[in-house]
Ligand binder design. Structure first.
Ligand SMILES: Nc1nc2c(ncn2[C@@H]2O[C@H](COP(=O)(O)OP(=O)(O)OP(=O)(O)O)[C@@H](O)[C@H]2O)c(=O)[nH]1
Ligand SMILES: [Mg+2]
Length: 304
């Protein structure tokens, strides 16, 4: 895939912060859209697009007013159409519960999808103790899920706990998000031993039901450690056992063997339905020395 056809989009304060970090790491010609009403979220650079929700005098966001953010996003549709012109895949990052993210992310997803792009969204839900924000977030989540092909739900509580364990501030706990975005971008951009392409991705995202993504890293001779690292993700709880669609990309160093790829892939898919549609990709990457990284996209999950 041409990198310019991939757009990382951040919506709202946290979403933009995550998107900037993910873009810095995945760079390589991938485009970045920053969508917010708050100037502090913006940045400039090659391939970076700023979509400002509102007027220059407003410095502080949409003050927890999702309908206002949605309306402003709709008002930007001709600008958005320009940004989305080359885009085939949008990786959308946002945190729900405030105004901009909750209102504008689902409207941006709608516009992107209408233009034919695949939309993979990662949406964080507020801390459990933030009751009012949770209610706002739930309503926004339902609309985002209806618009995006895949919506991965992140738990801010789990993200913050992991950041704390690493001695970082809670909102910096984005390493997992960067791994995920980086894994996806690499999966789609580079040629592999076994090639995956956009059609494969479409086949997986078009399954009915819920979907999620997992990223795991571990030693080539210890596939179980890779699965365990994937299951440590700060995702909201979800039972992936019944998934009917699965795209799995295994990436390892020059010494990786087909046997190792096979062992990892069988372990990751062992919990799935017998009839599940599994698409496997693998590639060798010089920068992975003695480790294997797995990116998995699971779809067709039935809610309990
Ligand atoms: N406890 C805490 N939670 C925060 C803070 N900032 C963001 N959050 C959480 O992250 C969610 C999204 O926040 P932002 O990305 O800043 O929201 P936004 O989309 O920019 O929304 P507006 O600024 O209202 O337009 C909130 O609903 C909170 O759950 C913070 O400083 N403290
Ligand atoms: Mg804000």
């Amino acid at each position: 895939m041409d990198p310019a056809t991939i757009l990382i989009a951040g919506v709202g304060g946290l979403g933009c912060a995550w998107a900037k970090q993910a873009h810095e790491r995945s760079g390589r010609g991938v485009h970045l859209a920053l969508i917010d009403a708050d100037e502090r979220s913006f940045a400039t650079g090659e391939g970076i697009h700023v979509l400002r929700l509102g007027h220059t005098l407003d410095k502080v966001g949409c003050a927890a007013l999702p309908p206002l953010a949605e309306q402003r996003m709709r008002g930007l549709s001709s600008l958005t159409a320009n940004v989305l012109e080359p885009t085939e895949l949008v990786v959308l990052l946002t945190a729900l519960g405030g105004g901009c993210g909750t209102g504008a992310a689902q409207e941006f997803a709608r516009q992107a999808r209408q233009r034919g792009a695949i939309v993979l969204a990662v949406a964080a839900l507020p801390f459990e103790a933030q009751h009012t924000r949770l209610a706002i977030a739930e309503a926004g989540l339902a609309r985002l899920e209806a618009m995006a092909h895949i919506t991965v739900r992140l738990s801010l509580d789990r993200l913050a706990r992991q950041a704390r364990d690493r001695g970082q501030q809670w909102h910096m706990g984005s390493e997992w998000i960067e791994d995920l975005v980086d894994g996806l971008v690499r999966t789609l951009m580079r040629m592999g031993l076994i090639n995956l392409d956009l059609m494969d991705l479409r086949a997986v995202v078009d399954q009915d039901g819920e979907a999620t993504m997992l990223v795991g890293v571990g030693r080539p001779d210890d596939p179980r450690s890779i699965l365990e690292s994937a299951l440590k993700a700060p995702l909201a709880a979800m039972d992936v056992g019944g998934a009917t669609g699965c795209l799995i990309q295994v990436e390892g160093g020059p010494g990786m063997t087909i046997g190792q790829v096979d062992a990892v892939a069988s372990l990751f898919t062992s919990a799935l339905d017998d009839g599940a549609h599994v698409i496997l990709g693998a590639r060798v990457s010089e920068d992975l020395d003695d480790s294997i990284r797995v990116v998995t996209l699971l779809s067709g999950i039935r809610p309990d």
